[in-house]
Design a protein around this ligand. Structure first.
Ligand code: AGP
Length: 612
């Protein structure tokens, strides 16, 4: 949520900042701006409402020249997405510029206090108070970092801020509390800062993650890291393992389509080196607690948001069915407000693609506070959630840029299956059952390739339903969370209203919606509840609903009873969600494209939700 980039070094800053913003645009895209320290020793800024191209066009006409600068792409929290509310925000005399990601919770009180002292505000944002505080608290003869530290003492809330000033030139100060920030350590005296590695990876693979309470000072001579209370601190330099191609479209029209088509590879990568064929089990190097401790757990709580919450629901079915351990799934946003029953015998699993979702991070901290052991299932290496959990499993899916999560979802389900196998084999699952799951996991990439071959047929289906105002998605058992996920994908990218429901619950209300105009997507693979779902399909057909059924072999009796089939191969029932979700990703994608929607950057959304 909001992308931040900063550069200081020997090269012109503007192209580097704009490239960084282009790669961060998925984090927020309602307005953007840059500030650069010019050779006249003044700060020069340009901001535009709308997509980054608006700013790029303005910069073509009036470029900003200089070797130190900051940039921002915004996802509005306080104040509409206007040019005035776009970042960077400036002090009254224009000598300090600041970009911010997060929410300043005491902005109202600080604004009143500053206004009473005569400060005039230019924007409606919470951010602007911070730049005025820095200005007013700048100590006599002090540095930019002294002023930033003094201002942060008064600030309550979440922030990743990056500041430059003409009063202390060729320097960037970055500070983090609750919103991600990392430094990029370049060669030849150039240093970058970004809200994620995508901002800097074109220039360096060496990054330093800031922790909460940290601030950093970057100049062409080097960088220093401090903690607000502990003083100077050393933070390790990490190497980014993926390359630029991972954040390019690679010939696809959209990132979402590229990421859907990457799934054979991502499913191979999530299981690589982790399957033990003979033992019918999994090897998970990231699980660093010993078996005794793991087996003392008597309950699992999985917490997450959005699509990750859907994969968590599938994990609940797997863990209860195969590892026979009571498991509950909680919305991370609800978890800490409900006095959850969590103690030292509870394993809390947090699932997150970005590893930065504010609610999920807060739930993690609450679980730890209550004494639980916390495990992460995370994609982004080095993210806050990955660093704060006790141990975990990385997805290795590579950067996911499309705002609608696709490949991360299927990798999360695969990672949950691996963990289920790991735990179940230590508890109760027989070696034979374990081997079946291992085999099924190995077969997934090839099976996904088969599903992807239906892309054109799914596009044709999308043409038929592109103008439907509503959709219903129904499934039972393992397929219920797939119904939720299918509906979420469609809503997010096409703006069609869609609901996911447990198939049998339909007759307790949603059946009232069914008529000849209602497309109903049934998840009807041949599993333990197949015959029940067939009855639910009959109920919809009896009311003239249009039925699209996702099926596999053994569903022949549905011939002639549904309007359209989407076929997936056979697999272990616990892994079927991975296969059945993929045609639904393609259906949502094609409907959205046919409706002219911006699938990679849907309205009002942001990839990583770093505010509560
Ligand atoms: C997915 O399509 C969504 N854009 C969203 O629901 C997302 O899954 C949610 O915000 C959680 O994000 P995370 O996995 O990065 O924590």
């Amino acid at each position: 949520m909001c992308g931040i980039v900063g550069y200081v070094g020997p090269r012109e800053a503007q192209p580097i900042l704009m490239e960084g913003l282009r790669r961060l645009e998925y984090r927020g895209y309602d307005s953007a701006g840059l500030t650069v320290l010019g050779s006249d020793a003044d700060l020069h800024s340009l901001k535009r409402a709308g997509k980054l191209t608006e700013l790029a066009d303005a910069l073509d006409v009036a470029p900003l020249r200089g070797r130190c600068g900051i940039g921002h792409t915004r996802w509005a929290t306080h104040g509409p997405p206007t040019e005035m509310n776009a970042h960077p925000h400036l002090s009254a005399d224009g000598s300090i510029a600041l970009v911010h990601n997060g929410i300043i919770e005491n902005a109202g009180a600080l604004r009143k206090k500053l206004q009473a002292e005569g400060v005039e505000f230019q924007s409606e944002t919470d951010t602007e108070v911070v730049v005025h505080l820095i200005d007013r608290l700048w100590p006599e003869g002090g540095s930019l970092e002294d002023a930033v530290v003094a201002a942060l003492e008064q600030v309550i809330g979440a922030y990743g801020i990056v500041v430059v000033s003409s009063r202390d030139p060729d320097k960037i100060v970055a500070a983090r509390q609750g919103s991600p920030l990392l430094l990029g350590v370049g060669s030849d005296g150039e240093f970058l800062v970004g809200s994620d590695a995508a901002a800097v990876v074109a220039h360096t693979r060496e990054v330093v993650y800031l922790d909460d309470g940290d601030y950093a000072v970057l100049t062409p001579e080097g960088y220093r890291t401090y903690h607000l209370r502990q003083g100077p601190v050393n933070r390790q330099v990490h190497e980014v393992t993926w390359d630029l191609a991972a954040i390019e479209k690679g010939g696809f029209e959209h990132f979402m389509l590229k990421e859907i088509f990457e799934q054979p590879r991502t499913l191979r990568d999530v299981t690589r080196g982790r399957l033990l064929e003979e033992e019918g089990s999994a090897r998970l190097g990231g699980i660093t607690i010993d078996d005794r401790e793991l087996l003392s757990v008597n309950r699992i709580v999985i917490t997450a948001c959005g699509t990750s919450w859907h994969s968590a629901l599938i994990g609940e079915y797997m863990l209860e069915e195969l590892a026979r351990i009571p498991t509950k799934v909680e919305y991370a946003s609800e978890f800490r407000y409900k006095n959850p029953v969590v103690d030292e015998h509870t394993l809390v699993i947090v699932v997150s693609q970005s590893g930065e979702t504010a609610d999920t991070l807060a739930a993690l901290r609450e679980a730890k506070r209550r004494g639980a052991t916390v495990m992460g299932i995370v994609n982004v290496v080095g993210s806050s959630i990955a660093r704060e959990t006790d141990f975990g499993v990385y997805l290795h899916a590579g950067p996911e840029i499309g705002v609608a999560s696709t490949k991360a979802f299927t990798s999360q389900v695969a990672a949950l299956a691996l963990f289920t196998l790991y735990l179940a084999r230590r508890r109760n699952l027989s070696i034979l059952e374990g081997r079946k799951l291992v085999k099924a996991l190995q077969a997934l990439p090839g099976q996904v390739e088969e599903i992807l071959e239906q892309d054109q047929a799914i596009r044709t289906l999308a043409e038929r339903y592109r103008d439907a105002p509503n959709f219903l998605y129904l499934g039972r058992g393992y397929q219920f969370p797939v119904a939720l996920e299918g509906a979420l994908k469609l809503k997010e990218v096409s703006y069609i209203h869609a609901e996911g429901y447990p198939a049998a619950e339909m007759k307790h209300g949603p059946i009232a919606l069914i008529d000849e105009n209602m497309p109903v997507v049934f998840l009807a693979p041949h599993d333990g509840v197949y015959h029940k779902v067939v009855s639910n399909i009959e109920e919809v057909k009896a009311r003239d609903g249009q039925v699209i059924a996702v099926v596999n072999d053994g569903s022949e009796e549905l011939d002639g009873r549904v309007d359209h089939f989407l076929q997936v191969p056979e697999t272990h029932p616990a892994l079927l969600p991975i296969l059945t979700s993929i045609p639904l990703q393609l259906l949502a994608y094609h409907i959205a494209v046919l409706r002219g929607c911006d699938v990679d950057q849907p309205r009002n959304l942001a990839k990583s939700v770093t505010v509560e």
